[in-house]
Design a protein around this ligand. Structure first.
Ligand SMILES: C[S@@+](CC[C@H](N)C(=O)[O-])C[C@H]1O[C@@H](n2cnc3c(N)ncnc32)[C@H](O)[C@@H]1O
Length: 254
């Protein structure tokens, strides 16, 4: 068993995923969790980001130089907010939004009926149904951590990106400020799981526990920069938001 598999096993036990779902693999648990979460996903995001997620998502998109008439791929699109934002902001672009969860894709489609430059695909980020070098920009947000293998996910993103195109990931970071670190820990370990249990996930899997636990096994932004650079990406930069609670890596395909 490699480290990634061992960590996913620990995560399943630690968060109690196996008490609510039955699956033979990490990917199976993850898909069931997000299918079940879909109707509550947007409200959950507002709650645990204190309503700031949309703002930081937009700031992060400003760091990517989208060319005119860009072809854009949003992986692990979830309820589709970032993909929809980009399709609206760049009406001459073509956006493809992919997710493995049928329920998330259903929800995202409903939110995008006013757009004709966006397409939703149910699929696996680790086995993309696209030819090499198809997209100008490939993004993923709060998605890499869910993949069975993070490096394989980055490789697949790079494979479908055109030469000189851009790859970006946004996810939780590792805040360094001691006071903020303390508040962050108290909130994510003591307050959020309780809010989750009382008002949000009554009698079902508490995704508010998944967030801090999965972040423990998620690489430090510095290591993600190295991983990007090792995988055919140049000029890789890290951008921190919200005192480092959120981090984005952007690189250009060699
Ligand atoms: C935390 S949500 C992020 C959604 C969205 N990108 C956002 O920023 O709100 C993670 C998403 O990754 C999806 N996902 C997990 N594993 C996947 C895989 N192997 N391929 C595609 N999507 C996957 C889940 O279904 C879920 O919708």
């Amino acid at each position: 068993m490699n480290i990634a598999d061992a960590n996913k096993k620990k995560l399943i036990k630690k968060t109690g995923l196996d008490k609510y779902y039955k699956a033979s693999s990490w990917a199976g648990y993850n898909k069931q969790m997000f299918d079940k979460l879909a109707p509550k996903y947007d409200a959950g995001n507002v709650l645990h980001s204190f309503g700031t997620k949309w703002m930081y998502d937009r700031k992060a998109m400003e760091k990517i130089p989208f060319p005119p008439q860009a072809t854009i791929l949003d992986l692990c699109t979830g309820s589709g907010d970032i993909a929809i934002y980009l399709a609206e902001k760049y009406p001459d672009s073509k956006v493809v939004a992919l997710d493995v969860s049928k329920e998330m894709i259903k929800l995202a489609r409903k939110k995008a009926t006013h757009l004709n430059n966006i397409e939703f695909v149910e699929g696996d980020a680790l086995a993309l149904p696209f030819k090499n070098e198809t997209f100008d920009v490939v993004i993923i947000s709060y998605g890499l951590r869910n993949l069975t293998n993070i490096e394989e996910g980055i490789k697949e993103m790079v494979r479908v990106t055109k030469r000189n195109g851009f790859v970006s990931s946004i996810d939780q970071g590792k805040p360094q400020n001691l006071f903020f670190k303390f508040i962050y820990k108290v909130y994510f370990y003591n307050i959020a799981p309780v809010i989750g249990k009382i008002i949000f996930h009554m009698g079902e899997y508490n995704t508010f526990r998944y967030l801090p636990e999965s972040n423990k096994y998620f690489p430090h932004p510095k290591d993600l920069v190295l991983l990007f650079s090792k995988n055919e990406l140049k000029n890789v930069q890290n951008f921190d938001y919200f005192v480092g609670a959120i981090a984005q890596q952007v690189g250009q395909k060699i």
